[in-house]
Design a protein around this ligand. Sequence first.
Ligand SMILES: [Zn+2]
Ligand SMILES: [Zn+2]
Length: 315
Amino acid sequence: MVQIAGETFHVYFLGTAGALPTTNRNPSCIMIRRGSDTLLFDCGEGAQQQMMRARTGFTVDAIFITHWHADHYLGVPGLLQTMSFMGRTEPLKIYGPRWVHEFVDFVEGISRTPLGFVLQPRELSDGMTISFDGYHVRAFASRHNTLGLGYILAEDERPGRFDREKAISLGVPPGPLFGCLQRGESVIIESNGVRTEVTPDQILGPPRPGRKVVYTGDTRPYFRGWAEYAMGADLLIHDATYDNSEADRARDVYHSTAGEAATVACEIKAACLALVHISSRYTGTKTHIEDAKEYYTGEVIAPDDLEMIEITYRS
Ligand SMILES: [Zn+2]
Ligand SMILES: [Zn+2]
């Protein structure tokens, strides 16, 4: 079998704090790098310094904000100014729920340092999808104490497995024609003056799912309407502001416990659960992880700020 090399896919946890930052954790900011694209999901205060520490650079293609609580967007104005100082000229898309236009109007209106590039705000709502080359981002309604969205980044399906032996048995010589078939193109084989067409479906197995990452933003454990799109995610990044001992508080303030995040991971059959938006009341995350594992048998992590994980294809 021949594997087609896919695009690289990395998730940077630039900010994993709850509403209050701590000396170890910055407010919410997740960077996803897929191939040459860089997307930010939330951009809390200090995000640009986290980008420096993580050595990611400032080339961001789009920013997705989950909701208009300050711990999720205060990093945007400073980052924009830095991008401008560094000579950015490409327009920047900023996506978010209702009030994204007001946010951009405010940032541009108050600033006495005009940006060297255009901001392109776009309001999203539940079920809306933004397409990129090879993947898309789908917004879904979260359940918080203000209007909020979570996001599912999902790659397009991959071609099925390439059966090398079958290709050779059909007379296709190893080389450039293999690539044509892998890309879904038919090829013509000539043997003893006889021309034969070999089609991709003779060589390729059924299409395989691409990689998928879900980021909920601040929310109660709530998956109605979006679970089917998130099903089988490689990574679920979920609000886990509290450990299970604070379940009442979590419900009152429209956040989740680690255990509740785990129930969502179970529901969507995620391979890995990342607990984020950790309240400043906790000095460690051992209890969070234990609490999540009571409800979920997959991998559970509570990343520190600046941790990066690679999302690889699952067999
Ligand atoms: Zn928050
Ligand atoms: Zn919030």
